[in-house]
Design a protein around this ligand. Structure first.
Ligand code: GDP
Ligand code: MG
Length: 816
């Protein structure tokens, strides 16, 4: 390869000023598309007193389309003509396989072309080197030059020392190097690997330390980079160390190679972190133009854990103590197993040392544990087993059936310690399990401990919450509150008694008929209950399990939870609450705690049964239940967020009714926009016909007959009722609302005010307006994008005081 044939492109001042302009826009706090942080550095030793601006994007913004550049690491400056110049240009941000659309294997296969250059992902910190107009050699880290006292600075100046060292060995000056880089209009990109300076995971002793040149980028906004052959050549010429390079022509060879290395975690006898793959990406549909493009393949769990096991096994064989910091519990278990196997079969050790049987030993262990490797790695907290310093990020996960006291114990704990609780029944819309986890994680930002109030009676539910939490929050610890079902008859008796006793207190309920339904649902849960087994998947993923006895009553259980948690995580509960405090907390939870009971829930035990019924009925049109009303259900989260932000920062008087609704739990848990009620069928016969037809023809299992975007416009309220005026963003006009003002009822003062009175409020509002002595207040809801609502046929929906239990049942069925 000939360096004189290297890619070249000169800078275009106009393009540069355009670039700087849009980068500057990005520094504006109100910037919508992306955000940039600009930092200016004066260059010490620059004869012209030059300074450079560093432009730093937020990592996640790189996933957005239409950025002015995707350079990660970008510095600009001004030259003598007062033109903007790119001083340093990093690589385009590149992603892991599977991390973004383009890096899914099928897209890589479809859109890229070889040669595929694989370089080892060196394990140090990145250093950029380039030449300024006045002959200064600029050496910087990703976002900083050597002139400030932060961490990156020390990287940059350590890099500078290495550059000096290597220039000295080839007898060149800084200025010569600067001129060379400037002449080529490039940035040299190197990895600083030096244990003396900073120890990374992989070892770089004195013989290996230095600057590893891995790329040379042309200083233009688009990404143009030297092929690796030229990079190596340049490295030789200028005294850099070189990174290992492997070139493959086709993508399947690349994939196989990477997966093989991943299996062993080692390459050429050396542990590696991963590979960067450089290739061409088709930039047009016809695949005639290709641009330089990188992706990476980083070894992640479970491979890192396997590597640890391999090293530990070798230590064991050598009679040395195995060292490990991560995956402590599972690694201990693995070693116990490995020790037994090694003792049983003396040949195994010898073979293992020759790298045979490594994989089968670990696979045998996983099979023995009934675990998949990825689960084993995910489940256990990677920060090891020392729980004495745990002071937050704890999720309490009940394993129970209805009436065991999950909510009571949970509420009592929130009362005692100010912890968070997320109730599954407050979550609605699509993808409930994932959104439950989302809510738990966001609550963890405000509370050290969050109770994930859900039955989790089946293993798959536990697996879901454990996996989803740990996937997104590696530091989290999950603790099971195991309401043991050993004595099933006793559990059945106690929970029924509690739940029905409570039901009887509600005069509106037809006790007998509802009772049977409730018992049916409860039985369903008991039937599906799968006991907790901390030794195997998925319960293995709990940090530990607190065994509770549902029959013992919530007071006893609360105390048990507190004592056990305190034992395990002393920092979490520094002071044991007094008996009286616990008495009070449980009393409050049982007596005062009232969930909002205005939920609307389908009057049935199982959606599947329902569907079956519907199918049967559809053969006999007379029997089919008629449509009651058509409405759009709107995700509660979005509505609540909109309300919160609308009321944030407004005067106390304006907030008063909203606060009242919140505190008295009168905010609807489910929100919908009513389009039309059966009652107006005479008035709008055609529309009603259309809706009933739509509903009748709908094949959907979950009652969904369509989707419609809903824009929340303003909140209107008096001292009795609150509604949000909405606009249906429905291009085709499929969904017509017959109410004068399409709206969502947020809540009413008490049961005497019916939600449909929103219509009266809004009519009055249209007539007399708001403010002054109208008694009506209104506010804009922050205008965001529309919220996607789901059209449901509500024929089978009715209200029930048992909504809580129904809801559990529905959620459960939906999850199947
Ligand atoms: P969950 O379905 O597991 O959330 O159970 P809850 O916490 O809602 O409890 C079911 C019912 O039993 C509620 O009405 C509670 O107020 C009541 N309850 C909970 N714990 C106790 C207890 O220790 N003693 C009595 N008598 N009632 C309880
Ligand atoms: Mg509950």
């Amino acid at each position: 390869m000939d360096l004189s044939k290297a890619p070249y492109c000169e800078q275009d001042p106009q393009q540069n000023s355009q670039l700087v302009r849009s980068l500057n826009d990005g520094t504006n706090k109100a910037s919508r598309g992306f955000k940039v942080k600009k930092t200016t550095f004066k260059i010490t030793g620059s004869p012209d007193g030059l300074s450079v601006d560093s432009w730093r994007f937020q990592d996640w913004d790189y996933k957005k389309p239409n950025l002015p550049t995707y350079a990660r690491g970008l510095f600009t400056t001004k030259n003598r003509h007062n033109d903007h110049e790119i001083a340093v240009r990093g690589y385009d941000k590149f992603f892991n396989v599977g991390e973004v659309f383009d890096t899914k294997w099928e897209n890589i296969r479809r859109k890229t072309r070889g040669p595929y250059e694989l370089t080892l992902k060196e394990n140090g910190c990145i250093i950029f080197i380039s030449g300024l107009e006045d002959g200064t050699l600029l050496v910087c880290s990703k976002h900083s030059t050597g002139d400030r006292s932060d961490v990156e600075v020390s990287h940059a100046s350590a890099g500078e020392r290495w550059v000096d060292k290597q220039l000295a060995t080839i007898g060149k000056t800084r200025e010569e190097f600067a001129r060379e880089l400037r002449g080529r209009n490039v940035t040299a990109v190197a990895e600083l690997c030096d244990d003396d300076f900073e120890e990374h995971i992989l070892a770089y002793g004195p013989d290996k330390a230095g600057l590893y040149l891995h790329g040379i980028n042309v200083n233009i906004p688009e990404f143009m980079t030297y092929p690796s052959g030229l990079v190596q050549k340049f490295a030789d010429e200028w005294g850099f160390r070189k990174v290992g390079l492997q070139v493959f022509d086709d993508i399947d060879t690349v994939k196989n190679f990477l997966e093989e290395v991943a299996e062993s975690g080692a390459h050429e006898g050396r542990d590696v972190e991963g590979f960067v793959i450089r290739c061409g990406l088709a930039s047009d549909v016809g695949q005639t133009k290709y641009i330089d493009w990188f992706f990476k393949y980083k070894f992640e769990e479970p491979y890192l854990m396997y590597r640890q096991w391999r090293e530990c096994t070798k230590a064991l064989i050598a009679g040395k103590p195995p060292k490990f910091k991560k995956h402590t519990k599972i690694t201990e278990d693995y070693l116990l197993y490995a020790r037994q196997r090694l003792a049983k079969d003396p040949k195994l050790a010898k073979l293992y040392n020759q790298n045979h049987g490594i994989i089968s030993l670990r696979d045998d262990f996983l099979a023995h544990k009934n675990l998949k490797g990825s689960d084993a790695a995910n489940f256990e907290n990677v920060f090891g087993n020392d729980t004495s310093s745990v002071s937050d990020n704890v999720v309490l996960v009940p394993i129970a059936t209805i009436g065991c006291g999950k909510t009571t114990v949970g509420i009592a704990l929130t009362q005692l310690f100010g912890w968070g609780i997320i109730q599954n029944d407050n979550i609605q819309g699509k993808g409930r399990p994932a959104r439950m986890v989302e809510a738990v994680l966001s609550s963890l930002m405000e509370h050290p401990v969050v109770i994930a109030d859900r039955n989790n009676s089946e293993r798959r539910e536990r697996e879901q919450i454990i996996k989803d939490v740990l996937m997104q929050h590696k530091n989290a610890r999950l603790v099971a509150l195991n309401f043991a079902h050993g004595n099933i008859d006793e559990v059945r008796r106690v929970t029924r008694e509690r739940v029905l006793k409570r039901g009887d207190n509600h005069q509106t309920i037809q006790a007998a008929s509802d009772e049977n339904k409730v018992i049916g649902i409860m039985e369903n849960f008991i039937h599906r209950f799968q006991p907790c087994d901390p030794e195997s998947s998925p319960d293995y993923g709990f940090d530990f399990v607190i065994d509770l006895d549902p029959a013992q009553g919530s007071r006893v259980n609360v105390e048990k939870v507190v004592i056990e948690l305190r034992k395990k995580y002393p920092l979490l509960i520094p002071d044991m609450p007094s008996a009286e405090d616990m008495d009070m907390a449980v009393k409050h939870a049982i007596e005062d705690y009232k969930p909002s009971i205005k939920h609307q829930i389908p009057d049935r035990t199982s959606k599947r049964d329902q569907k079956r019924q519907e199918i049967q009925q559809s053969h006999d049109p007379k029997k089919k239940k008629s449509l009651e009303y058509m409405s759009i259900s709107v995700p509660a989260k979005e509505v609540n967020v909109a309300l919160e932000s609308a009321f944030k920062g407004v005067g106390a008087a304006t907030q008063r009714f909203y606060k009242q609704l919140q505190q008295t739990r009168r905010i609807q848990p489910l929100f919908h926009v009513t389009l039309m009620h059966k009652a107006s069928a005479k008035q709008y016969p055609e529309l009603w016909q259309r809706y009933t037809t739509l509903e009748a023809e709908s094949q959907s299992v979950d009652n969904k007959v369509g989707e419609c975007e809903v824009m929340l416009e303003r909140v209107v309220f008096d001292d009795r009722i609150m509604a949000i005026v909405v606009r249906l963003l429905d291009q085709e006009d499929t969904w017509t609302c017959v109410n004068k003002v399409a709206h969502i009822t947020v809540g009413t003062r008490d049961d005497s005010v019916k939600p449909k009175e929103s219509n009266d409020l809004l009519t009055r509002w249209l007539d007399v307006g708001s403010g002054g002595n109208t008694g009506i207040d209104r506010m804009m809801v922050s205008q965001g994008e529309g919220v996607i609502g789901v059209l449901e046929e509500e024929a089978l929906v009715k209200q029930s005081k048992y909504w809580e239990y129904w809801w559990d049942a529905i959620v459960c069925v939906m999850q199947r």
